[in-house]
Design a protein around this ligand. Structure first.
Ligand code: NAD
Length: 453
């Protein structure tokens, strides 16, 4: 049984549904496969259906926003932004339905040579809870636009949001074109065993298993996974500006974004930035995510809270200093105080692994080369930040940071859905998603030779 609880009030059960059994997943994929040919047949109805879904998301924006706040504890302002983004993603891919699907080439001798993109069939999507509307749709919208049908296995913690999406899409799409199969890992594993293309977002461990299983079946797979995102701060950067950006990037939504800043690497004297960061973190509004001013709500569950608390305790035990993290927070939900740490060894988990919560490490580098080496010295490579006014440094360093997203004088968090998104190293496997890159993933290119008889 899947029981999804509100992180700010764990006694509030948002939804309780049976987990989908493997045989039911197979049946859902079989129905989706039967529906796929009709769905792929004509572009205009696909575009119209995706536009209709965008309209319905916009009409129900307040309801969806409240559900996101309630189910995954996302602060209201961010939840509102996610709902707006969800509608925008649907509209963006509704228009891409009409993009060219191939090219015509000169034949080498006679006849016709052309390329033609075809959908794969049924897209099996496995998603996390932290963007409970946007991530399912930044996969589903392009999959659908390019003629695939979709079976979505959402994170258990975001089941109600996924069911709300299904309810909206059911009203706009033909039957069996979009199906949600609630469940845990076992349901996801079953989906990987029968889908024609697999797109996963989540942690590194689960993503590796999904990619291996899909790869063994020979189906296209992409896995977008965790980050351990550094922000390198050069001596000329303005401490107040950097502090205001990076507290939001590290602690906003309780640090539960794959692109959250996990390490702030200061070149030279860290004093002024340390002071500005401590003041900015202590001033962050922490509390009920339903309130308009809240920036840091609860973490998703008790396990996540313990993980952050244990990381802070082990940082102390390893000789580190907690610069913030002792303020009192409500015991009613899974709250944890935003915690800024300094002085742990390079082997400590806060320096090299992803702790998915409001905890961030301040590090010092003696020069730019050492800062870049520290930034790159982890197995992840999702996002990296650089703060400086020096254009030469920007031009020299953006290419040296090993990350799929490089942000200069901007928070590491935040992704534009109309550009390719993905990481380097252990953060990503398979092609990029979003933007125009999505067409490459959700279609395959057929090269067609037509000779004269
Ligand atoms: P998770 O890996 O625990 O779960 C993600 C999804 O995979 C869930 O639906 C889960 O039920 C399913 N799953 C787990 N094990 C599976 C298996 N063996 N086979 C098939 N499915 C399986 O991640 P989470 O806690 O939901 O999300 C947080 C993680 O997601 C963080 O690591 C975060 O960095 C990452 N994330 C990455 C991106 C990105 O685009 N790179 C975006 C958001 C979140």
């Amino acid at each position: 049984m899947i029981v999804s609880r509100s992180p700010q009030q764990p006694t509030d059960v948002v939804v309780e549904v049976a987990a989908t059994e493997p045989a039911q997943v197979e049946a859902a994929v079989a129905r989706a496969r039967a529906a796929q040919r009709g769905w792929a047949q004509a572009a205009a109805p696909r575009a119209a259906a995706l536009h209709a879904a965008a309209d319905l998301v916009a009409t129900r924006a307040e309801q969806l926003e409240a559900l996101v706040v309630r189910e995954v504890g996302k602060p209201r302002a961010e939840a509102r932004g996610e709902v707006a983004r969800t509608a925008a993603i649907l509209r963006y891919y509704a228009e891409q339905v009409f993009d060219p699907v191939g090219a015509v080439h000169e034949p080498s001798l006679s006849g016709l040579l052309l390329t033609q993109r075809r959908p794969h069939g049924v897209a099996g999507l496995i998603t996390p809870w932290n963007f409970p509307l946007a991530i399912p749709l930044w996969k589903a919208a392009p999959a659908l636009a390019f003629g695939n049908t979709v079976v979505l296995k959402p994170a258990p913690e975001a089941t109600a949001c996924a069911l709300a999406l299904a309810e909206i899409l059911d009203q706009c799409l033909p039957p069996d074109v979009f199906t949600v199969v609630p469940g845990e890992a076992q349901t996801g594993q079953a989906l990987v065993q029968c889908a024609d293309v697999v797109s996963f977002t989540g942690s590194v461990g689960a993503g590796g298993a999904v990619a291996a299983a899909a790869g063994a079946r020979g189906v296209p797979v992409q896995a977008e996974m965790g980050g351990q995102n550094p922000a390198v701060v050069l001596p000329d950067a303005d401490a107040q500006t950097v502090a205001s950006h990076l507290t939001g990037a590290a602690m906003g939504y309780a640090g539960q974004k794959c692109t959250a800043t996990k390490r702030i690497i200061v070149v030279g004297d860290p004093g002024p930035l340390r002071e500005a960061l401590v003041a900015a973190v202590e001033a962050l509004p922490v509390g009920d995510p339903a309130r308009a001013e809240t920036v840091v709500g609860p973490v998703i569950n008790e396990g996540a809270r313990q993980r952050v608390q244990q990381a802070a305790a082990s940082a102390r035990a390893a000789g580190g200093r907690l610069l913030t993290g002792t303020r009192s927070v409500s015991d009613d939900g899974w709250y944890v105080a935003p915690t800024l740490v300094e002085g742990v060894p390079a082997s400590h988990e806060l320096a090299c692994e992803e702790v998915f919560g409001p905890i961030c490490l301040l590090q010092q580098a003696s020069d730019v080369d050492q800062a870049v080496a520290m930034a790159n010295g982890v197995r992840f490579g999702l996002a990296a930040g650089l703060y400086t006014n020096d254009l030469d440094a920007v031009l020299a360093l953006t290419g040296r940071l090993e990350a799929g997203l490089v942000k200069v004088n901007a928070p590491t968090s935040g992704v534009d859905f109309y550009l390719p998104f993905g990481g380097e190293k252990a953060s990503s496997l398979g092609g990029r998603e979003q933007g125009k890159a999505a067409q490459d993933f959700y279609t395959s290119v057929h090269t067609v030779t037509i000779a004269r008889p």
